[in-house]
Design a binder for this molecule. Structure first.
Ligand code: MLT
Length: 272
């Protein structure tokens, strides 16, 4: 467990080791357990760190709004307390990607690489904001299970629902571990997050944009567009995967992360 200055206890998975640090930032409303295949499969190449964000998994909620900036500050504290000295690669899925961009905006010199997975740089549209209000209503009326049943069909591809019911159950269980206060705070935070599109053009190193071809939450075109707005964007699409592509295609996803590390190393060599 990690301690922040305001005494919030964070749950953190940390494989340790001397490899380059890789910070995995989970999607909404999941937790560090969505990174099991990466914690297992990438520990030989990286020091893999995966926290539970406020109000998710084993980390308690904080009343109010979990802004993307506040969640990014939490990550900064967690990294400091874990003794991570080398700038980490930040890999965020969906809400995790919004937080990775908020982290880069606040601490640009401390980021070694960025993997934007099934995410977008844009702010919420009015329609998405209205849907967040509906989701908050669902949590108030039916608790976390009501929200989970509404969201689950969009989190995974049709293929996964058909051929991998075990994974569907695993994702449902992880989502159910979120607290109602944490969910509402994150919905409010996502709803008020700023547009980060202008930030993309300021990132001086290669950025990986990766998406599942059957994602029902982030359109393929949004990922493609984001890659064109980066000076050094690398776009990878993963077939037979939806929103949680790291769980649906773990072998392929892990290889894409290792390849990205080589891209970063070559870029550094060429720039020196
Ligand atoms: C997520 O997977 O983190 C959420 O779907 C993101 C969102 O609701 O914008």
């Amino acid at each position: 467990m990690q301690k922040t200055p305001d005494d919030l206890q964070f749950y953190l998975e940390d494989t340790g080791g001397s490899g380059p640090p890789l910070l995995l930032i989970h999607a909404f409303p999941l937790n560090s357990q969505m990174w099991k295949p990466q914690l297992e499969g990438l520990a030989g190449s990286f020091r893999v760190l995966a926290p539970d964000l406020r109000g998710h998994g084993l980390t308690p909620p904080v009343p109010g709004v979990s802004t993307m900036d506040a969640l990014a500050q939490d990550l900064h504290t967690i990294l400091e307390q874990a003794g991570v000295l080398q700038p980490p690669i930040l890999c965020g899925v969906s809400m995790g990607g919004y937080i990775a961009l908020a982290f880069y905006r606040q601490f640009p010199g401390t980021v070694g690489g960025l993997i934007l997975t099934a995410t977008r740089a844009t702010a919420d549209s009015e329609a998405v904001k209205a849907n967040r209000d509906k989701q908050m209503g669902l949590v108030h009326s039916g608790g976390v299970p009501a929200l989970v049943e509404e969201m689950l069909p969009k989190m995974l591809s049709q293929e996964t629902f058909r051929y991998n019911p075990g994974l569907v159950e695993q994702v449902r269980r992880i989502m159910l571990e979120s607290s109602p206060e944490g969910i509402v705070a994150a919905l409010l935070g996502m709803k008020e997050r700023p547009d980060s599109t202008a930030l993309l053009g300021q990132i001086p190193f290669p950025v990986l944009v990766v998406y599942g071809e059957d994602d029902a939450i982030v359109q393929n075109s949004e990922a493609e567009e984001m890659a064109t707005q980066l000076d050094h964007g690398h776009l990878v699409s993963i077939p037979d995967a939806g929103h949680l592509l790291n769980l649906e295609q773990p072998v392929l996803f892990n290889q894409v992360v290792r390849d990205y590390q080589s891209i970063l190393e070559n870029f550094k060599l060429e720039s020196t």
